[in-house]
Write a protein that binds this ligand. Sequence first.
Ligand code: IMP
Ligand code: MG
Length: 198
Amino acid sequence: MEQFILQTLFSRERIAERVRLLAGEISKDFQGGSLLLVGVLKGAFVFVADLIRHLSIPVEVDFIRLASYGDTMESQELRITKDLELPVRGRDVLVVEDIVDTGKTLRYLQDTLKRKGARTVSTCVLVDKRQRRQVEVAIDYVGFVVQEGFIVGYGLDYAESYRHLPDLCVVDRKGASEEFPRRSSGPREKGVGDDRPM
Ligand code: IMP
Ligand code: MG
């Protein structure tokens, strides 16, 4: 059986503090209006649950789910497997996503929501993972920035495991591969775990 080592990258306390600040910023930016918050399943469900409880503006919540098909990164095609149930037309929409990697999912979602007639489309992501970005996407609210590594916990999974962990952790897979670089107990690689400069 494969063995994994998890290292805490962002503790539950840091996450709680960051989520509270993000909700404050969002509430301020949309003061006097209301939001249609679109959570991206499954990874964002914990983030959405915490974020909405700190918002001080009226908000409606809906969820969308996407799946990618195709074997290689290049041939990958995205499809909606669970669509929104609330109307989007004319609404200020806030997409809430767990993590941005290549950027393809977020770009697809932003384009889809604009096509559906959203008045504005803003984006809030818990983790902005920079190194493998292929598509430039606008992100309005960012929890944490990392350069690389596979992140789990607080809703994020590896093969459906670890979503229940209260902290954000980085997965360390024994028998290192490119996708899961082995981390020693030495200092963290540059960039990993940096907060977004504010
Ligand atoms: P993108 O389209 O490449 O930006 O992929 C984004 C999606 O891939 C996210 O919504 C996650 O579901 C998944 N993903 C990418 N990196 C990670 C990670 O480090 N941990 C967990 N899921 C990830
Ligand atoms: Mg996701």
